[in-house]
Write a protein that binds this ligand. Sequence first.
Ligand SMILES: Nc1ncnc2c1ncn2[C@@H]1O[C@H](COP(=O)(O)OP(=O)(O)OP(=O)(O)O)[C@@H](O)[C@H]1O
Length: 257
Amino acid sequence: MSYIEVKNVNFAYDGRQVLRNVSLKIEKGEFVGIIGPNGSGKSTLVKVMVGNLVPSTGEVLYEGVNLQNIKDRSFISYLPQRSFSFNSSFPASVEEVVSMGLYARKGLFKRLSKEDWEKVYEALKIVDMFEFRSRLIGRLSGGQLQRVFIARSIVSEPQILFLDEPTTGIDAKSEKALYELLEKLNKERGITIVMVTHDIMAITNKAHRIICMTDGKINEKCEAIDIEKHDFTSFLYEYPVKKVKHQHNNNGSVEHV
Ligand SMILES: Nc1ncnc2c1ncn2[C@@H]1O[C@H](COP(=O)(O)OP(=O)(O)OP(=O)(O)O)[C@@H](O)[C@H]1O
């Protein structure tokens, strides 16, 4: 039995079909990338997988149990698209924002215990933002803010983390650091990661597997291709993609030449 199984899912917004008979499986501990052109249904698929949208037909199973029958979903963490930009003016400190990640489990008006604050500080240490804990989030850079939101996503110790385009609007250095952080969470903490991105080169380098979407469907042909070869982009995006030469350096990372 797979950890997550999406089975024959269809979804329509106001009668307009966006997901078409989507089926896929994700195993525990995987780091999976979801790529595809704008409007192909990636975000909608993730929203269905986290239970924010209910499929018109079909089902989403976690260890064989239909998500609709799972009441406590705190093992799932979801960082939606653009969450970094629209939250930044909120007058809260870094540690307050991270502590909000515990309310799903504790309830909104419960006071946080000493152990809870220890979890907050640990999450901040994991993302390397502990020194910034008292700073207002409006006074952080985009990359720092993004780390804070990741800390908020992991503070409740989820088993699975969904991220929707988390690298949008950040510089190359922060992007690299984010991928390293996600790899660490996946390898050292065993968190299953599912990430939507347009950043094909970086995700093929880090993820175990890539799922490609075109027009609301999973592109099986793309999944079968060896991701190391990076040769699926042109037919997926339906326009010519410039070939980029890769050079593996000593520490195993890939440089784009
Ligand atoms: N709330 C909504 N109401 C109506 N239509 C929607 C809604 N959200 C998305 N859509 C439409 O559904 C289709 C799929 O959107 P979705 O956001 O899932 O695609 P995506 O692959 O994530 O795109 P992008 O790469 O641009 O983020 C698009 O045509 C979009 O316009």
